[in-house]
Design a protein around this ligand. Structure first.
Ligand code: SF4
Length: 458
């Protein structure tokens, strides 16, 4: 189970360099390996070009991470200190202002004759493609959608991630000679075994887009939808309905709830899990108390009431704890009224011929992200539905490193990183854009962090 680092835990941080008091776990600044001290030092010196180069070297899409990353690297900074993602977003905007497009200096140390195919153009697949191309391999990306982004494009609101950023950042792939094959679905247009014949290695980052109804009843009503149907028609539903209930507590459930709440809708998150097992922060709980997002945890769905093709309510039962789901609380059955039910429970990865799936319906991998098929790696949502944005990127990087070793016959393989997972609820704390007004502000802020927060900079 993912650890939940709530604000409370942050407060309980004992100040020991790189250690969390509660878990004893070593805190890593950036799972993607950005050297924060070096980048901030260059910014503090006013050398923004070198800072950008340093940033793009490890974090090749700072416009995207600057908008999306919950910045675990900055979790222990004092409350009023800008987060590192704000510097990333500022540098991205500064570069665009100066040059009109990302200036990416490709540093290929070698060019190999080895080839790799990436299946899925979400954040995990894109970072893997980037790293393998930088390692000198020929890379092609396949995606069934007509454009890149994956869940970033489908699930994240344009307010949070303006689409022009997503597409501007794609510019760097042109310089890497990566070929994109959009509108190509594996299993429909091309078989995995054919890809395996054509390429020396594969990375499967297909997300978890299949959905199976976990309820006995068919949910064919106008105001119930699984998350993917909902996302495809979100504007229509937003126009028609005001109160949405999101059933599930994985990352996609929270992203959707936050998005709808941001857009002025009443939202309820409904889950049978207790808070301690949810990816929820104290911040999110506070919001729940204030009534913006209602959190009904430890509630089991007894019945979804449908009449004349319309969902009229949900019968819920309060549970004493997740360990005793069979226990029944006296008088705990009640009816929850809502306009629309979105179901995120039941997501799984599309089964691909030749790949072993686990019992939950996700691609089975070992700790090195290797699947049962030789040379085929997998990561992101396809292996774990609770993968957040940063963990998906980290998987892409780990897979690229291991695929590189596999391709060149190297011996060093990296284990899947257990990144410090922050609750998606913390997303709401992240400024939507950098709060810096001008270059002098960003320079001052970097110098301040180097002075006051240096114990947290590894
Ligand atoms: S953790 Fe996120 S915000 Fe921090 S340096 Fe890494 S990518 Fe940037």
């Amino acid at each position: 189970m993912a650890k939940v680092y709530t604000e409370k835990r942050v407060q309980e941080y004992d100040g020991t360099y790189g250690k969390c008091q509660m878990s004893g776990e070593t805190i890593k600044n950036c799972p993607l390996g950005l050297d924060l001290k070096a980048m901030l030092g260059l910014i503090a010196d006013g050398d923004l070009h070198s800072a950008l180069a340093r940033l793009r070297d490890k974090v090749p899409f700072p416009g995207i991470t600057g908008s999306m990353c919950v910045a675990p690297c900055s979790r222990f900074f004092s409350r009023h200190t800008p987060l590192i993602c704000e510097f990333e977003r500022f540098l991205y905007e500064y570069e665009l202002m100066q040059f009109g497009r990302p200036q990416y200096q490709l540093k290929k140390g070698r060019v190999t004759a080895r080839t790799a195919a990436i299946v899925g153009a979400g954040p995990s697949g894109l970072l893997c493609a980037h790293d393998l191309a930088v390692s000198g391999h020929h890379v092609e990306v396949f995606d069934r959608e007509p454009k890149p982004g994956g869940m970033l494009d489908r699930a994240i609101s344009p307010e949070r991630l303006p689409r022009h950023i997503l597409f501007t950042e794609m510019d760097i792939f042109r310089r890497l000679d990566i070929r994109f094959n959009f509108g190509v679905e594996i299993g429909r247009d091309i078989e995995l075994r054919d890809l395996r014949k054509d390429f020396d290695a594969l990375y499967i980052a297909i997300g978890a887009y299949d959905f199976h109804n976990i309820y006995e009843k068919r949910l064919d009503c106008d105001n119930c939808a699984d998350i993917f149907t909902f996302l495809d028609n979100i504007n229509l539903y937003k126009r028609r309905y005001d109160h949405f209930t999101v059933l599930g507590s994985d990352n996609s459930a929270f992203h959707l709830a936050i998005r709808l709440s941001d857009e002025g809708k009443k939202v309820t998150i409904l889950t049978s899990k207790p808070v301690s097992e949810m990816n929820v922060s104290q911040v999110q709980l506070d919001k729940a108390v204030k009534g913006r997002i209602e959190l009904l945890f430890l509630h089991s769905v007894e019945n979804i009431l449908i009449s004349g093709g319309v969902m009229t309510g949900i019968e819920l039962r309060r549970m004493p704890s997740s360990k005793t789901t069979s226990a029944i609380l006296e008088d705990s059955l009640f009816r929850h009224e809502t306009d629309f039910l979105v179901i995120t429970k039941g997501r799984r990865a599309t089964m691909l011929e030749g790949l072993r799936m686990n019992s939950l319906g996700f691609v089975d991998t070992d700790e090195y992200l290797r699947t049962n098929a030789d040379g085929v790696y997998a990561g992101g949502d396809a292996v774990d539905p609770d993968t957040d944005f940063l963990s998906a990127m980290t998987d892409g990087r780990t897979a690229a490193s291991n695929i590189d070793s596999y391709l060149i016959g190297g011996q060093s393989y990296k284990k899947r990183e257990k990144t410090i997972r922050l609750s998606p609820g913390l997303d709401n704390n992240i400024p939507r854009r950098s709060s810096f007004k001008d270059i002098s502000e960003v320079i001052d802020a970097a110098a301040k962090i180097l002075g006051s927060e240096k114990r947290y900079l590894l």
